[in-house]
Design a protein around this ligand. Structure first.
Ligand code: WQD
Length: 343
């Protein structure tokens, strides 16, 4: 059984990817420092798949601990690297922590890969590297624009580190640029674990509907879009997770055509904030309490993916539609409330 290291595997996208990997016959070991997730995720993964993943808790930004891990794990077939700080707004306040953590962790992992002659890494990147594209849908060949945040800059820098490492070291890398991952596993056993006030739209919608938040603030309705609110390419987290299984399989089966490959993970369709709200109201039967306020500094106006390359080259396509995404997000929020009620 091929063994895959999933860093950040107790996080939102990481946990959904672990479920898909196990269900596709891979053995998984998770490394996570649990600063942004909780250890119960391991049991909830086991409730879904029947297999509790191996787990080690330490900080991948620690060179000695990471080197020690790789010295003890020389049988890995691949790595999927999620572990990173990922809050755009927080990164504006704490740039040095973001560079040290996000860049340092990747460098320690690449050093570790040399130790155990491991050559395959899938990297969690983001459409944020594009900034506001000049043309839509945005393709993988679109110019990378100056980052709007240290978070986005670390994603750009990590892609460049992988590109040069893959050119000179015995390493192959696939960078997956997520658009806006939302929703939750249909079991409602894993999902986006909210720590504090959500930055992202969908958890804020469901927390408002469940009564944790007073009302949703819609950040601007004066954009150049059909209803004036900003547009994004929302994609179900399970579709994102399945793309990682395809990517790691491509590497392990030596189907890559270049030492570094980059793929957009989106649906190819943009939805406005109001359309997402309308989808939520449709699937929940509730009226959402929201009001239009000023734009959020740093937000881009509209972005959605060109999916041709991922569809053709990876043979992967996002399947789930917006109403299914919002249904799963709402089911997850209600499950969280039930669990709190039981505590
Ligand atoms: C979506 C839309 C907001 C909250 C960020 C990162 C990206 C990725 C996903 C990590 C925007 C609007 C939001 C609210 C609102 N993160 N909004 N009221 O900013 O597109 O992407 O998260 O990988 O890298 O950049 O996602 O969910 O914050 O915002 O009106 O309370 O919803 O203005 O138009 P974003 P988001």
């Amino acid at each position: 059984m091929k063994r895959i290291l999933v860093t950040g595997g107790t996080g939102f996208i990481g946990s959904h990817t672990v479920v898909e990997l196990q269900q596709h016959g891979y053995e998984v070991i998770i490394v996570d420092n649990l600063v942004n997730s909780s250890i119960e995720v391991l049991d909830n993964i086991a409730k879904i798949t029947g297999i509790k993943p191996s787990f080690e808790q330490f900080d991948l930004a620690d060179p000695a601990k990471t080197a020690d891990f790789f010295n003890r794990n020389k049988d890995l077939s691949g790595i999927i690297h999620f572990a990173a700080y990922k809050a755009v707004g927080e990164s504006m306040q704490k740039p040095l922590e973001y560079y040290r953590n996000n860049i340092g962790s990747l460098l320690n992992i690449l050093e570790g890969m040399k130790t155990c002659a491991l050559g395959d890494i899938v990297f969690s990147s983001s459409c944020t590297v594009y900034g506001q594209p000049d043309e839509l849908p945005v393709t993988e060949q679109a110019p990378i624009k100056p980052a709007w945040s240290p978070y986005g800059n670390t994603k750009q820098m990590c892609e460049e580190i992988l590109r040069f490492s893959a050119a000179s070291l015995p390493i192959k890398a696939i960078a997956l640029r997520y658009f806006n991952p939302i929703g939750a596993h249909e079991s409602a056993l894993i999902g986006e674990l909210p720590l504090g006030i959500p930055n992202n739209l969908v958890p804020y919608i469901t927390q408002t509907a469940i009564g944790l938040r007073q009302s949703l603030h819609v950040f601007g309705n004066d954009y150049d879009t059909p209803d004036g609110t900003a547009m994004r390419d929302y994609i179900h987290v399970v579709d994102i997770a399945r793309a990682h299984v395809v990517a790691i399989g491509r590497m392990i089966n030596k189907r890559m055509k270049h030492n570094m490959e980059i793929f957009n993970l989106g649906t190819g369709h943009g939805f406005s904030v109001l359309e997402v709200i309308q989808s939520f109201e449709r699937v929940s039967g509730l009226k959402l309490n929201y009001k239009i306020v000023d734009r959020r500094p740093g937000d881009i106006e509209k972005v959605w993916a060109s999916t041709d390359f991922a569809n053709k080259e990876l043979g992967w396509k996002a399947e789930k539609k917006i109403d299914e995404m919002m249904t799963s997000a709402w089911k997850w929020e209600k499950a969280l409330a039930d669990r709190k009620g039981q505590q």
